[in-house]
Design a protein around this ligand. Sequence first.
Ligand code: NAG
Ligand code: NAG
Ligand code: NAG
Ligand code: NAG
Length: 931
Amino acid sequence: MVLKLVGVLSIALGLTIAGVPRKSRIDCLPTPSSDKDTCISHRCVWDDAFDSDNPTVPLCYYPMGEGGYDVLNNGKIMTLGKRSDGPVNPFGVEMKKLYFSTSAIGATFNVKIGAPKRYEIPIYIPRERSVSSDSLYLDVISKKPFYFAVKRKSNSRALWDTSIGGLIFSDKYIQIATYLPSTNVYGFGENIHKNLKHNFEKYVTWGMFARDEPPNSKGFDTKNLYGTFPFYMCLEDDGKAHGVLIWNSNAQEVTTGPHPHLIYRTIGGLLDIYFFPGPSPEEVVQQYLAFVGRPMLPAYFALGFQLCRYGYKDLDEMKQAVSRTQKNNIPLDIPYADIDYMSRYKDFTTGGPWSDFPNYAKKLHDDGLHLFLIFDPAIQVNYDSYQRAVEMGASFLEWERDDQVPSDINGLYPLTKDSKVMLGVVWPDSHTAFPDFLDPLNITRNWWIREFKLYHDQLPFDGIWIDMNEPSSFGTNQDHPWYFDSDDHPNIKPLMCPLSGKDSEYDLPPYQTKSVYLFGNNAYLSTNTMCMCALCGRGNYRLYDTKTLYGLSEAIATQEAIYEATGKRGAIISRSTFPSAGHYAGHWLGDNTARWEDLQTSVIGAQEFNILGIPYVGSDICGFIGDTTEELCLRWQQMGAFHPFSRNHNTIGAKPQDPGLWPTVAAAARQALMFRYMYLPYLYSLHFTASRFGGTVIRPLFFEFPQEYATYDLGNQFLWGSGLMIIPVLEANVSIVSGYLPDAQWYSLRDNEYGVLYPPGRNHFSAKTTELIPVLVRGGVILPRQQPNTTTTASRKNPFEILIASAYDLKTGEPKPSTGNLYFDDGESIVRDFKTYDFYMWSFDFSFNNASAKLTITMENKGNVVVPPLDVIEVVGYKYSMDGNSIYINGIKTPVTVATPSKDVLSISKSNMLRMELYSPITITWTHKAI
Ligand SMILES: *[C@@H]1O[C@H](CO)[C@@H](O)[C@H](O)[C@H]1NC(C)=O
Ligand SMILES: *[C@@H]1O[C@H](CO)[C@@H](O)[C@H](O)[C@H]1NC(C)=O
Ligand SMILES: *[C@@H]1O[C@H](CO)[C@@H](O)[C@H](O)[C@H]1NC(C)=O
Ligand SMILES: *[C@@H]1O[C@H](CO)[C@@H](O)[C@H](O)[C@H]1NC(C)=O
């Protein structure tokens, strides 16, 4: 296989006197400012020649071949000893000895560098053996100093090569650097990436540390957002892919540099690195998910459209938005309430203006809709829920010693007066405590589950939205927090963390990472959150080490809560996530802004989160912060209809933006969502496959076409699985959109050009606001579908249809087979184990030649649920004239209706044509001749 094009990286970074090329440096002083004297005092090299064309080149850098560690002994576990030469670590004393071990988990290759008694992530993950046609091995490049490579067996290519130097290991500053085999690097997070692919033309450092930080899509911003993902995928220049996960939960950062190389830094834990050999991008994701846990299967209804806003003043306002949507025949499955529904923002309470909420929930259920509610982790310490927690013995984040406890805060409340519970400030009127979801006794989790059960008895919700779980706390370390100026929040004292003296070890470590420095001079690790010195896991851990796991640990507890409260699987979305979180929850892309830039980055964000293992993802449609515009909202509804999590959400104070407000937006939303609902059996089957075997739902184009260089950075279009191409409109004032079609047949599925074939390469598509955005099916793929309705409850009862996109060899024109599958279950039962779960799965195989065609439907898994009949089979790209009397179903001649609704489209239909659940295989054959 040959690349269509070869990318050439153009960097004009020359050599300098000290011998380390400007394109392969490791910053020795990555703090906000560095100067020559400090640099030289640490025995690093200073470059006097600042290059204004390349301002990101580090001026203070590690000399090559010095520092790091030597191998002291050979063997399965090597001992590494600190070298005496080279730079002096500016941020701590280096460990004299380290261990270095390797292991394999199936095809996954692990390199571990650490020292005894270091913190390791305490959360359970499956660590399942992965499979691959390739494998990886360790190559020791040099023993003194110690440099290693991780290589592919198939071609000996180094995926990592640490001979660039820079290995540092001190208590609170750990660094490793490596050359990379290519610049096609994707992932790391959570950050706003303006391109799908990382940019290696300059040095860029990305913060990675869970933080309550809204995404900023205007300009270029490398700040860390809500989640933490030390995972990337790299596409090598021959189209083979691999992935790397650094299993570390401390505040961390990654610098990508032009060589290409990367420098990884963390301020705790150890270097526990997992390499996934691919060789296809989808296999990389499968191998990664075998290790961290495969994504949960959302309830079928959770794939329906969702409508939310922050700032409904009462239940009536929510009802009005819902009925505006329904009156416009816009599909809607899930209305939401944000924190407004609570009594003064306390979890598990219902406010006065919402007292009729239980009746409304019943009405929604009667109409086939479902209800999602928001819950924050922080619990006000002077009401029933906290009282029950104390009575049960649940644990909360706490101070280490009594003398650290601010008695003027804890003393305010009878339940915290003599406790070490660390109190913060969130939306409620009084101080809040933060549940310790790492409690090894599980009491905290059991209390949390019980609260959901109690509340569900009052207000029957179907899904849970967990927010503010970085965890977020307002005003920490500030004399005048923002809420002192708010009418809706009393001026209670914020949390003050120890920022000096002996107790500041965790709150002011020697190096705070870019996750702090990017926020300016008054920023700390504890900004917007709790103190890093807080104890959790009943005293076993520090928040310093586990903060990034807070959302994941809450999601784990909350998944059990929704199971127990509702008896169904429902769905959860979480703001803060970490690798493995997809097993428990989906994610929305956070508090975006109603701007075109935010629409653009959300297309990239959804593709990234699929790589990171959270396929149930989407953005706040029409934009959260600020007033949207009619056109932006229309385009966002059109695009957002193709994200697995599809929700219109708005902030308090912004103008209403539910799609029923403007006739044009209503029409566009109805059209796009009706299309989505028609193809939901395909989207659901993709989720099912990802959940059962691992993998993506939304897929970047390069996943399917890794040999086509033009697909490597297409952040503005995406696929559903392997079969459906979506080309959204992401700019104002356009009526045409440009899209790239890789080598295959692509047939439009838009009504006005149904079945029209587009050629591979760049195409311009008509994209008026009144048209569905371009959606094309790929030749060789079979998609299941159903006629849509305005709820999934109704649409999933309609007869099945299957759409066959015929394929022809691009050179010879010879017909090629098409394949697909369909998963179906009751849409909401809890999946504990697919081996015993009740579901159907069929595979479809279609083949044809000049004389005849044959479709085979094979039942791969038999279930018990009621299955709608198959009524319609359609073939696009069909260049034959078929004999309407030649259809045989399992050898029996069957009269059906045959039509040609448009050019090269064949439609075969009959009411109750087939019951796919009754026998297997089913074959459908007919004869035809070329036109
Ligand atoms: C807590 O729950 C986990 C997961 O269900 C279980 O493995 C563990 O044994 C439980 N621990 C205790 C002390 O019950
Ligand atoms: C779109 O066109 C209108 C009218 O021509 C103009 O006022 C507006 O600035 C344009 N918007 C953008 C984003 O180009
Ligand atoms: C949509 O669902 C409703 C409620 O089940 C039903 O009455 C109606 O006939 C359905 N319409 C279509 C087009 O399926
Ligand atoms: C099918 O028909 C086309 C056009 O008539 C012809 O070129 C091709 O050779 C035929 N292929 C086979 C396998 O008969």
